[in-house]
Design a protein around this ligand. Structure first.
Ligand code: ATP
Length: 372
């Protein structure tokens, strides 16, 4: 099978007992590319991976690998490496045996004399070389997860599917390994899909990020695209640290200014944002506020939205302040350099142009900018 074309899915639909799990998914992953697939629990990530692997048949649509349609091809004939969320380790084989198993399967393209070195290299990368002789029953959850990951990484597949590959590792190891694994994937010619519900993990590991919700692709783009230009409210609420706060409201003209209005909150929009706001046909918009671009000032300061400090989480290098506008809506602010106010204090919210993104209130889609 040629790998020149990578993976391509077109119009994939799948329902279980009449309930739609995937609703017309079209995407492609180039050879050597890492596509991070993110979305909330139940979005359809695992179902998509299972369809690529041939473990699930789509109700409609086509799967292409290396330019060939493989929709009806059984899993064993696709040469897919799939790391399952459930690990699926062989209980009677030790870690080394589990990792070797796909290399010894019929159709493996790697030379037998290379197997030992390959396995050692991947076990060392994932920091489980010392566990090579243990059975899965003698491993912790995170160690099992790394053994399953090693078994996927050791292969030379037509496509590599990693379903939540590092979700059960502690934060420090997760941080360390996601960089090491990304490096390893980048050195290969097969396309990879890395599924994770963690939007930040998706941004850090993907060459591109696909955001899936309720079986539909909300946006596919580079990490920068998805971060800076979320295509919908759904994307804005999934991606970010913390994610954007999104408030529904209406637009009003006040002299030359365009003002975002909701109960107890009036915010004159900066000129460039106001130009985007005027593209809203209905005048009803959802305003996305980026946590790391907002700041606080004194209550009643000109141009600021009034409210009070609802909560305050110190993280050392920054703080997350929850600001409550007068009608009780909450807005997260990522503040650096200390928050002068205390919980319950009145304060003003400063919203510069770069902090604001506008969405159509009816469709949830981002309003087009001048360059879009
Ligand atoms: P998670 O992050 O929780 O693993 P996910 O994004 O991987 O979620 P899927 O496991 O693909 O989501 O599930 C998508 C939808 O399809 C869910 O509503 C799920 O309940 C449903 N579903 C998946 N597999 C089956 C099945 N075999 N039978 C019935 N419903 C299913």
């Amino acid at each position: 099978m040629s790998r020149a074309h990578g993976l391509a899915l077109s119009g994939i639909r799948k329902a279980f007992d009449g309930k739609v799990a995937l609703d017309g998914v079209t995407l492609s992953v180039a050879p050597g590319e890492i596509l991070a697939l993110t979305g909330p629990s139940g979005a359809g990530k695992t179902t998509l991976c299972r369809i690529v692997a041939g473990l699930e048949r789509p109700d409609a649509g086509a799967v292409r690998l290396g330019g060939e349609v493989v929709t009806d091809r059984p899993p064993g004939k696709r040469r897919v490496a799939f790391m399952f969320e459930s690990y699926a380790l062989y209980p009677h084989l030790d870690v080394r045996g589990n990792v070797l198993s796909p290399l010894r399967a019929p159709g493996s393209v790697l030379k037998r004399s290379d197997h030992g070195a390959l396995v050692e290299e991947v076990l060392t990368l994932l920091e489980i070389a010392h566990l090579a002789d243990r059975l899965p029953s003698a491993l912790s959850g995170g160690q099992k997860q790394r053994a399953a990951l090693a078994r996927a990484l050791v292969q030379e597949p037509s496509v590599l599917l990693l379903d939540e590959p590092i979700s059960h590792l502690d934060a420090k190891l997760r941080h360390k390994l996601r960089a090491a694994i990304r490096r390893k994937l980048m050195s290969r010619s097969s396309p990879s899909i890395w599924a994770t519900p963690d939007g930040l993990e998706a941004l850090s590991v993907g060459d591109r990020v696909a955001v899936l919700d309720k079986g539909r692709i909300e946006q596919i783009g580079t990490p920068e695209d998805v971060w800076l230009r979320p295509a919908s409210v759904t994307v804005a609420k999934l991606i970010g640290d913390p994610p954007m706060s999104v408030l529904a409201g209406a637009l009003e003209r006040s002299g030359d200014a365009t003002v975002f209005v909701r109960a107890g909150m009036r915010l004159a929009l900066p000129a460039r944002v106001a130009a985007v706001a005027r593209r809203s046909a209905s005048g009803r918009v959802s305003l996305g506020l980026r946590a790391d671009a907002l700041s606080l000032t004194a209550a009643g300061a000109p141009g600021a939205a009034d409210g009070e400090i609802y909560a305050h989480e110190p993280f050392g290098k920054h703080e997350i302040v929850t600001f409550s506008v007068v009608d009780g809506a909450r807005i997260k602010i990522k503040a650096r350099g200390g928050c002068p106010a205390r919980i319950g204090d009145a304060a003003g919210l400063v919203c510069p142009e770069g902090a604001l993104v506008l969405f159509d209130a009816d469709t949830g889609r981002a309003l087009p900018t001048a360059t879009a």
